[in-house]
Design a protein around this ligand. Structure first.
Ligand code: GLC
Length: 597
């Protein structure tokens, strides 16, 4: 290819750098997700804690990320790994104290790292004081009106109020009378039902109640006053339900959000025509007013504080409504995470993501792994890529580990080369695979129990991190205790084995993050490189700070080697490239390179 044909034609531009550039830190930030249970344990009880995180923050500074997002560490019975909050203003004793949270924030600030915390507004724990009061106060009380209590259907109210399913499996309603703690308890056994889109220990709040709205604005202020830089908002699309809670027999999967038009999957009867097409429990227009009010709360505080939506909403144009200028600042890009490992699929997701976000002036985000999905180093090694199953067990088809890691490194380098903001899940910088052979008796995810084991659940991506190959629990805890067992092979993947080792996944991430910053990729413009814009196997993006074209990000998803266009020099590669006889560079399959001229 000649120099002239490599020049970018404007028609191929898919994203133009914003004129304000990088003045708002979050527009180009790389944000690292810490799952506190599994990051680092300082006291040896086998459960990670805040002091453990603080002691290991140097790792994040050396990695070169801009911020960390902490999954919940609030007081919680841990029925759903802390996404069941009993007190939004307290640290769970398993994780430490409010003083430990302050110390973490202070150390992060010293290291130049921003901190985002998790906010869980759709539901509380059933151990929250409000829910205890609701049970005690009985039908029609002000206490019950903070939640969604309803009478059952049928003569004796023995049928749930509607047919909604829990995202975790089973019905989305539990009858007060059926609760195991009912007999002899202090609360009213009046046979009402309460809604829980997730586990029965996670009752949904009623966001029509002004008291609920006031409470959460106060919780925001509590953490903003302590100095957090923002909030990741859990199930942001779920707070408002359609009036009347109409029947809807579709099924919503975690992260993917696909609304199965049949109840219960293949072979089940089609959804009745009388039911609404769109899920009445998700993405209702009323949620946006809530985020506008939160935006105003954040704006009262100095500095750039952010709201990040976890919303399984399709199509991407509807997701972009959450990040309009007066609402949230970012939304996770789950279509990118669940994309098949195929060039046309990824190309379509990348283009539509920029298109939708650019229309509302929000940065596009990128994410490949989190605490709810099979880690991408394993997901991409399955026969069928895409979202993958909800967990993998020993009896399930096992991923091809080598293929998965190779593709994961390529996918990560693609992600980190794309302008916008990227999310890195703890351990992906080590190339950690999913734990795919966890014994069932070690499992803790409620999805495993609510589906009677049909879904293995999310424990396999939540296994505590390996820090030191030769230490107990690979350095996760001083005693060797670990709330989930770590695979023996993880010794090879420990941070101390990879640090300073050329070609290790850790060094790949460190170099990528340094170059991303130096080359200004996060705020750059993007265009498809001419000649590859329709390729079935190669994604080639011209990215640049001053305009597209400074850096070539090329991912070969095919089987055959691809020649790097002439004039480009590789600066980073996710796998070994080959120099051909004519001096050209050949990029093998499942490999991403970054090149400059
Ligand atoms: C979000 C969290 C997930 C949790 C669910 C219910 O999807 O990421 O871990 O189980 O909300 O709170």
């Amino acid at each position: 290819m000649t120099e002239a044909t490599t020049r970018t034609a404007p028609a191929l531009t898919i994203h133009a750098a914003a004129p304000e550039g990088g003045s708002q830190w979050w527009r180009e930030a790389v944000i690292y997700q810490v799952y506190p249970r599994s990051f680092a344990d300082s006291d040896g009880d086998g459960m990670g804690d805040l002091a453990g995180i603080t002691a290991r923050l140097d790792h994040l500074a050396a990695l070169g990320v801009d911020a960390l997002w902490l999954s919940p560490f609030y007081r919680s019975p841990q029925a759903d790994g802390g996404y069941d909050v009993a007190d939004y203003r307290a640290v769970d004793p398993r994780f430490g104290t409010l003083g430990d949270a302050d110390a973490l924030l202070a150390r992060a600030r010293e290291l130049g790292l921003r901190v985002i915390v998790d906010l869980v507004p759709n539901h509380t724990s059933d151990q929250h004081a409000w829910f205890a009061a609701a049970l005690a106060a009985g039908t029609g009380s002000a206490e019950r009106s903070r939640y969604i209590f309803r009478e059952g259907r049928g003569a004796g109210g023995e049928e749930p109020p509607n047919n909604w399913e829990s995202v975790f499996g089973g019905p989305a309603w539990t009858r007060v009378r059926d609760r195991a703690d009912a007999p002899g308890s202090a609360w009213a056994d009046d046979g009402q039902w309460y809604l829980h889109l997730f586990d029965s220990t996670q009752p949904d709040l009623d966001w029509d109640n002004p008291e609920v709205r006031a409470e959460f604005e106060d919780v925001l202020r509590f953490w903003l006053d302590r100095g957090v830089d923002g909030f990741r908002v859990d199930v942001a699309h779920g707070l408002v339900k359609a009036p009347g809670l109409p029947d809807w027999s579709g099924h919503v999967s975690m992260v993917e959000g696909v609304e199965d038009p049949t109840s219960g999957g293949p072979g089940a009867p089609p959804r009745p025509a009388a039911e609404p097409v769109r899920a009445p429990m998700f993405d209702q227009d009323g949620v946006h007013e809530i985020y506008r009010s939160w935006h105003r709360v954040l704006a009262e505080y100095p500095g750039d504080r952010v709201l990040v939506a976890e919303a399984w909403v399709e199509p991407v144009e509807r997701l972009a409504r959450y990040v309009r200028p007066d609402e949230m600042h970012q939304a996770f890009n789950f279509p990118f995470l669940v994309s098949q490992w195929r060039a046309p699929d990824l190309r379509a997701v990348i283009a539509s993501s920029y298109r939708a976000n650019d229309l509302v002036g929000a940065p596009t985000t990128w994410v490949l792994s989190n605490h709810d999905v099979v880690r991408h180093a394993s997901r991409l090694g399955l026969a069928r890529t895409g979202k993958g199953p909800n967990g993998i067990g020993a009896a399930d088809p096992q991923p091809d580990a080598a293929l998965g890691l190779r593709r994961a490194r390529a996918a990560s380098l693609l992600m980190l080369g794309l302008p916008g903001s990227a999310y890195v899940y703890q351990g992906e910088e080590l190339g950690l695979p999913e734990h795919t052979t966890l014994p069932d008796d070690a499992r803790q995810d409620p999805t495993f129990f609510r589906t009677h084991g049909a879904e293995k659940g999310r424990d396999g991506c939540r296994v505590p991190l390996p820090w030191e190959a030769a230490a107990p629990a690979f350095g996760f805890s001083p005693t060797g205790a670990s709330w989930l067992p770590q695979p023996a092979e993880w010794a090879q993947l420990a941070v101390d084995r990879q640090a300073g080792r050329a070609g290790s996944t850790l060094e790949l991430y460190r170099t990528a993050l340094r170059l991303r910053r130096e080359l200004g990729l996060g705020t750059g413009s993007v265009a498809w490189l001419p000649g590859f814009e329709d390729s079935a196997t190669v994604l080639a993006l011209a990215v640049g700070a001053g305009g597209p074209g400074d850096v070539l990000v090329l991912t070969n998803l095919g089987a055959a080697e691809v020649a790097l266009p002439q004039g480009w020099r590789v600066v980073l590669a996710s796998g070994a490239v080959r120099v051909a006889n004519d001096g050209g560079v050949l990029v093998p399959g499942d490999t991403t390179v970054w090149a400059t001229r």
